[in-house]
Design a protein around this ligand. Structure first.
Ligand code: FE2
Ligand code: FE2
Length: 348
């Protein structure tokens, strides 16, 4: 079965704005082919983003290319069997984050679809790709998520914490609209940082109803500020595609950048030393372990719960992603961010 290429349709879609809440079904009407449309047996040409790509060896010692390809509707694993040294040389220009054109067949393997590639190359300017179609976006509209978070900040009783949260939201309004929360792992999608913040705020509020001794304003402010410096750690395009890490990001990272920015902001806003210190510690300790970037473990309950809110949201995101496209009763591929576990999709 030959399917229309995405590139052909893409020229018709050019200039169209891509709100986050775009319904992929509408694009299907325009005969555009996405990961979620793929069915076993299909043969097609289309465009994707390479999420990862590496040369591996099969049982017989022959080289093959293993890649994860993605678009705005999801990811799919792809194999290019039996590659030669010449192919390897040709493919070496393709890296994680590259946009590619493929010719492929869809096969079912281990209860999930995978692509067997026949042709693969980097996209060219003539392909006229609208990159926003290739990049996954958070499921909710960026402006609505932003407004939700600002409303939570506005509802705070503590005037100093409110001022910190609102100032950071306002100053970062533009970047927050499209920034992913990670270059590769959880929430590496357009507006992923807002999505991460919003769900953590929802969980945080719920848990403050259980552990009523927690200072809710402090927990919620911690959520809002904890990853804000990812906006300056990661380099990202307006499409939401992370292109790498900034110099500051590589040399310092969002935790150290966050602590230093928080100190400056509290000075500027005249926030009390105690609250400045609490927030600096929450940013400092939210990754929990030194090997993950936190030089100190959380030393008060609001900081402890911030870590759990953070890790819970990341894990749930990764698990939901992992079983997308897996049939009930089947297992996902191994997920590096989940300690190489394969995630099972229950038959219930
Ligand atoms: Fe973080
Ligand atoms: Fe986070």
């Amino acid at each position: 079965m030959e399917i229309d290429t995405k590139g052909k349709e893409m020229t018709e879609n050019q200039g169209a704005s891509m709100p986050n809440a775009v319904n992929p079904k509408e694009l299907k009407d325009a005969k555009t082919l996405f990961v979620e449309d793929l069915k076993p047996g299909m043969r097609f040409r289309s465009y994707f983003i390479a999420k990862s790509i590496e040369v591996k060896q099969d049982k017989n010692g022959k080289d093959y290319l293993a890649a994860i390809l993605g678009d705005m509707t999801g990811d799919i694993s792809a194999k290019f069997w039996g590659i030669t040294d010449e192919d390897k040389e040709r493919f070496s220009v393709i890296q994680a984050g590259s946009s590619v054109k493929v010719e492929a067949q869809v096969q079912e393997y281990n209860h999930q679809n995978q692509l067997v590639l026949d042709k693969l190359r980097l996209t060219e300017i003539e392909d006229n790709i609208d990159m926003s179609l290739l990049i996954k976006a958070a499921p909710e509209d960026a402006k609505e998520m932003y407004d939700f978070i600002v409303a939570k900040a506005n509802a705070m009783e503590d005037e100093e914490l409110k001022k910190i949260a609102l100032t950071l939201m306002e100053r970062n309004y533009d970047k927050l609209q499209y920034y992913p929360a990670a270059a590769k792992n959880h929430h590496a999608e357009r507006s992923g940082l807002l999505w991460h913040m919003k769900r953590m705020l929802m969980s945080g509020e719920a848990l403050c109803g259980v552990y009523t001794f927690l200072n809710k304003d402090l927990v919620l402010t911690g959520v809002i500020v904890h990853d804000m410096e990812k906006l300056n750690e990661i380099d990202a395009e307006r499409t939401g595609l992370a292109t790498g890490y900034s110099k500051k990001g590589q040399l310092l990272g969002h935790i150290v950048q966050g602590v230093s920015e928080m100190g400056k902001l509290c000075d500027e806003l005249g926030v009390s030393e105690e609250k400045a210190l609490l927030l600096e510690h929450m940013i400092l300790s939210h990754h929990y372990q030194p090997e993950f970037g936190s030089p100190k473990r959380p030393m008060f309950p609001e900081a402890e719960i911030l870590h759990y809110l953070d890790i819970m949201d990341a894990r749930m995101y990764d698990m939901e992603e992992a079983v997308q496209g897996v049939e009930e009763g089947g297992f996902s591929e191994r997920v590096w961010t989940l300690d190489n576990r394969r995630i099972y999709k229950p038959m219930i």
